[in-house]
Write a new protein. Structure first.
Length: 145
């Protein structure tokens, strides 16, 4: 069983989206949310698509914080594990749905785009495994005491 805190997972989904949007969309400029469907030259449309994506990320972060606020504080490893797992789930879902199935965009358009998309999925899987292991290790140590 996965054993990751749900509130931390939701927070991680939003954080993962923000990292993707800030680093890949804005800093690296590799793609925009809708760059696979519409011409990149339509700057206004690209900004609206990215803005709606960031709004969704913000709502997930706020929901995660709200859920965390309704419960006793989590031990740091459980919180970190849930956030890492949520970030990884974000990468996996966004990578499969947006990159591979719908073609809304790719991580980096052009030659080798499939390799970038696969690398994004691998990073997501690594984050999920790291998050689950971090959370489970702490829970296992706590139950031994």
């Amino acid at each position: 069983m996965m054993r990751v805190d749900r509130a931390a997972l939701v927070l991680g989904l939003g954080i993962g989206g923000f990292v993707d949007g800030i680093v890949i969309h804005q800093l690296l400029g590799w793609h925009h949310m809708l760059s696979g469907w519409y011409p990149v030259g339509d700057v206004h449309l690209m900004m609206v698509g990215d803005g709606l994506f960031h709004l969704l990320c913000l709502l997930l972060v706020l929901l995660g914080v709200g859920l965390l606020n309704r419960r006793p504080p989590l031990p740091n490893p459980v919180l970190a594990g849930g956030i890492l797992t949520g970030w990884g789930v974000f990468n996996l879902v966004e990578g499969v749905v947006d990159h591979l199935v719908l073609g809304i965009h790719h991580v980096r358009h052009g030659p080798g785009q499939l390799l970038y998309d696969i690398a994004f999925l691998v990073v997501g899987a690594v984050l999920v495994v790291a998050g689950v292991l971090t959370s489970r290790a702490h829970r296992a140590r706590s139950s031994v005491r």
